[in-house]
Design a protein around this ligand. Structure first.
Ligand SMILES: [Zn+2]
Ligand SMILES: [Zn+2]
Length: 182
């Protein structure tokens, strides 16, 4: 059983502090441009409020991402907060839960288990990792990226594409014409 599954009956009234480590393979985050490259540490506390369980904690891990400009790989250290509310899944919610997943659901996940008496933090942790990924990530804020024309990595070499244009502006006119004719 995943160490991110908790028995609700084991959560005392004053709340439960926990610190867990899950192998990265437990999470479905393994794409060429975005992959977990370290264990996932989750620590925080669980509190029961009537029938709901509230999670408040932190996630620490690392990911391999791709530089938005030069496509080089980047090791991205992840430190983020995670919070979620788990509400008992009622019969009427069961059917539509899979159909309509809205942004607000991330903050109010339904919990279910064999006995309906467990919370599994896996999905909440996964969602918060994804939410905290940078939309643009750069290997270096001064990354020069790839040349749009020849694809050279401008961090490593200087290509002659810009020079050609500077030498002969008529060529640029021809290139624009060519683009229009496409
Ligand atoms: Zn880069
Ligand atoms: Zn070039």
């Amino acid at each position: 059983m995943s160490s991110l599954v908790f028995e609700i009956d084991d959560i005392p009234l004053e709340g439960l502090e926990f610190s867990k480590v899950q192998p990265r393979s437990h999470f479905n985050l393994n794409q060429p441009d975005c992959a977990l490259c370290d264990d996932v540490h989750v620590e925080g506390n669980l509190k029961k409020v009537q029938k709901d369980v509230y999670l408040s904690g932190r996630i620490v891990s690392a990911l391999d991402l791709i530089c938005s400009r030069c496509l080089g790989s980047i090791r991205f250290p992840l430190h983020c907060k995670v919070s979620a509310r788990f509400t008992p899944r009622t019969e009427s919610q069961k059917g539509k839960a899979e159909v309509e997943l809205q942004a607000s659901d991330i903050d109010a996940e339904s919990y279910s288990g064999n006995s309906g008496n467990q919370v599994d933090l896996t999905q909440a942790v996964h969602d918060h990792i994804v939410l905290n990924l940078p939309t643009i990530c750069l290997c270096d804020e001064n990354c020069r990226g790839l040349c749009q024309r020849c694809g050279a990595d401008l961090n490593l070499e200087n290509c002659d594409c810009d020079k050609d244009l500077a030498v002969d502006p008529r060529l640029e006119v021809l290139m624009e014409l060519k683009d229009k004719l496409k």
